[in-house]
Write a protein of this length. Structure first.
Length: 601
């Protein structure tokens, strides 16, 4: 939670590497919080050059020859964004209340029940000059820009080395990115950690005073952790609290109904997960505060008698005003994250025109839970992109794989001493050669071959939307674009303005496909598809795997029972009917699972 009450009740999460790389420049002046990815420093540097030139600032390159260049690039880009947003906001604040002005746009996008929006509507009706002047003074004194937040995917943390081959101290990808953020001028800002606990990164965090509280509930830079369940929040929160670091927000994301990397849970669904957070929230805060206070005393730092605020927010698959309102009222979430729908809003995100057209026409079948990520984590992926076409053209020519220029996702040592990326040409050629030596049947060979060559370069593919959109110099002349929307994109089918999107979020209009299922139902269906695939493709003779599948099915069953208890409170005419259909599907899957278990016994 930010130091003061947010202007809006939604935020724009990080998307890819490029899609929100400059979102603050587009939306922060209107009070909208957004998240920038800072892991790809080459893209960061290209964007810094672009915006320096656009805003007539001197650009001095930060080259790899400079010590700690990666962190410096990130610091300078974030400082540039901060200066731009401050200038934009001051210009907005000093503009006038007239049709089409930036100031008018600010207030017209606010939620209808906010004090500022209601005061603005009073201004529109006011006829007395004194009253109007009083309202104008009040309104312009109360507005503020949105926060410039950053994301670090904790698993993207390869080691880096100097020219002599020595590993750089505190020079790994994620650690350097964190230092770059900590050294920036940003205040009332947050770093969002995603993809789980990274001890090296979290231990380094302890050395950075930028994250210490300035007073009760006041931080220049805050910690937000993206989690998929309560257990993950408790473990990571405790780890940091023991170091005297307060987590200001747990950002809960649906495991499968989200964009990008998808982390299937043990079958736990978003509703029950949010219910657990609601029931255990005070217990969580009390436990973390006790550990935090003990650590502060050990360090000789100021101790706070009561816990700092700890916000619970949620994202992943949210698509209507009624869904967002239900999440806020039922689970007391402070903000909802709207990611995928904003990919169709050029005023907020950076998507090249070709990919934008693909997104606007995407159907449910066009979004797949792929195995395309080199990290070995399932990945929600849009079919038909230029990156997919380029990848398959290489395969057809007998030259699978991509040139590995950025090396952020290197992790495999199957064939080499030093880690390499499974999307790289080197790895795929070696892996295919090994596959050919196994004398597999034609069908088994084709299946394994397809999985090998499906891996895709994400470092460049997820950066190139900005490269193409702003005509920046491409890395190694590679311009193909990868995009990873959540399944929710299938129900948003037109490019919209920022005003249209905020009107949709706040219930003033509706831009979704009428056939769109409720977010809870969609996530349930995605989990049913996932468990079906697991039952069909895995050997039940593996005791550990068998127990995991049984747990998954049991959790889905418990989730369905929970949703039945909520059905009267959910604003969806088809919710109960679709829930019953899902319940029937699960019964069929359970029978298939038990039959396979019996056959393997």
């Amino acid at each position: 939670m930010h130091t003061t009450t947010p202007i809006h009740t939604f935020h724009i999460p990080v998307m890819g590497l490029a899609y929100t790389i400059d979102t603050p420049v587009k939306v922060a002046r209107y009070g909208i919080n957004s998240v920038v990815s800072i892991i790809e420093d080459k893209l960061v540097e290209l964007m810094r050059k672009y915006y320096c030139e656009k805003y007539d600032e001197q650009y001095v390159p930060i080259t790899p020859k400079e010590q700690d260049y990666r962190a410096k690039r990130i610091t300078d880009y974030l400082n540039l964004l901060n200066r731009i947003v401050k200038k934009q906001f001051e210009d907005l604040r000093h503009s006038t209340f007239c049709v089409g002005s930036e100031l008018t746009k600010y207030f017209e996008m606010l939620p209808g029940d906010s004090i500022l929006r209601l005061s603005y509507e009073r201004l529109l009706q006011a006829k007395d000059k004194i009253e109007r002047d009083t309202l104008v003074k009040f309104l312009t004194s109360q507005i503020k820009p949105g926060c410039i937040d950053v994301n670090i995917m904790t698993k993207v943390d390869k080691n880096n080395y100097d020219r002599s081959g020595h590993q750089l101290t505190d020079g790994s990808d994620a650690v350097a990115a964190l230092r770059g953020y900590a050294n920036s001028d940003l205040v009332d800002s947050s770093v969002i950690f995603s993809a789980g606990l990274n001890p090296r990164l979290f231990n380094y965090l302890e050395t950075l005073p930028a994250f210490n509280a300035k007073s009760w509930a006041t931080f220049d830079k805050k910690i937000v952790i993206k989690v998929s369940d309560y257990r993950s929040a408790f473990i990571q929160g405790k780890y940091l609290a023991k170091k005297g670091i307060w987590v200001s927000e747990f950002r809960i994301e649906s495991g499968l109904n989200c964009g990008g990397h998808a982390f299937a849970t043990d079958g736990s669904l978003l509703g029950p997960i949010l219910e657990e957070f609601k029931l255990k929230r005070e217990e969580l805060i009390t436990s973390l505060h006790a550990l935090y206070v003990a650590a502060l005393k050990t360090k000789g730092l100021e101790v706070f008698d009561k816990p700092h605020p700890l916000a619970i927010t949620v994202q992943g698959g949210i698509g209507t005003y009624h869904e967002a309102m239900f999440l806020a009222s039922r689970y007391d979430v402070q903000s909802t994250g709207w990611g995928t729908p904003f990919l169709l809003c050029p005023e907020a995100t950076t998507v090249d025109e070709e990919t934008l057209n693909l997104l606007s026409s995407a159907l449910e079948s066009d979004i797949i839970l792929s195995k395309n990520s080199p990290l070995g984590i399932r990945f929600n992926y849009l079919k038909g992109t230029s990156s997919e076409r380029e990848k398959m053209a290489r395969v057809k020519k007998g030259k699978p794989g991509s040139p590995c220029t950025e090396k952020h996702l290197v992790s495999n040592t199957e064939f080499t001493k030093d880690p390499i990326c499974t999307a790289s040409t080197v790895y795929q050629q070696k892996k295919i050669a090994a596959l050919k030596s196994l004398s597999l049947s034609s069908s088994d060979y084709d299946k394994q071959h397809a999985e090998i060559v499906s891996k895709e370069c994400l470092c460049i593919g997820l950066s190139n939307a900005a490269i193409v959109t702003y005509d920046l110099p491409p890395i190694k002349n590679l311009k193909a674009v990868t995009i990873c929307p959540g399944p929710n994109i299938a129900y948003f089918n037109k490019v919209v303005s920022l005003r249209e999107m905020t009107d949709h979020i706040y219930g003033r209009t509706d831009i979704t496909d009428p056939a769109r299922p409720h977010m809870f139902i969609k996530e349930l269906k995605l989990n049913l598809d996932y468990v079906r695939d697991q039952i069909l493709s895995n050997d039940m003779e593996d005791t550990k795997w068998r127990k995991e599948i049984q747990t998954f099915v049991a959790q889905l069953s418990a989730g369905i029972a929970y949703y039945h208890s909520l059905s009267d409170h959910i604003s969806s005419a088809t919710f109960t009917e679709e829930l019953l259909m899902c319940e029937g599907e699960l019964a069929v899957l359970r029978e298939a699972m038990e039959s396979k278990i019996n056959l393997s016994a």
